[in-house]
Ligand binder design. Structure first.
Ligand SMILES: [Zn+2]
Length: 125
């Protein structure tokens, strides 16, 4: 499990949002695990997400979940439907609204690279 998390973080550091796809049933999952969440298969392959998606839900947090987020509040969290058909949650630009097309990137917070969504037309790559 640790290995899987480390791989995900390493890719994030290089700006790549990774998904996993089951080699048996082709199910795509956003939360990295050692097995397929649909069929339980142990063969899951990494797959780079396009980063394209649409905002499904959005909320502004006014209280930090942990001390190291205290300097970030208030901040916006969006639930995004990725083009690959899975939902992921990430930080988001404050002026996004539901149904807006977005593209994924990463924002550095301390030593962590947080998934960050911005307007699709604001990010060129
Ligand atoms: Zn499967």
């Amino acid at each position: 499990m640790r290995e899987i998390e480390e791989r995900y973080r390493r890719e994030a550091r290089d700006g790549r949002l990774m998904l996993q796809q089951c080699t048996d049933c082709r199910h795509v999952q956003a939360f990295p695990r050692a097995f397929c969440s649909r069929c339980g298969g142990r063969e899951v392959a990494w797959k780079q997400a396009s980063g394209r998606g649409t905002v499904a839900a959005i909320t502004t947090l006014h209280r930090a979940p942990t001390a190291d987020y205290r300097d970030k509040v208030p901040y916006v969290i969006a639930l995004v439907d990725l083009a690959e058909g899975v939902q992921v949650m990430g930080h988001a630009a404050p002026d996004l609204a539901i149904h807006d097309p977005v593209s994924a990137g990463f924002a550095l917070h301390g030593e962590r690279h947080l998934l960050f969504f911005d307007h699709a037309d604001r990010r060129s790559a």
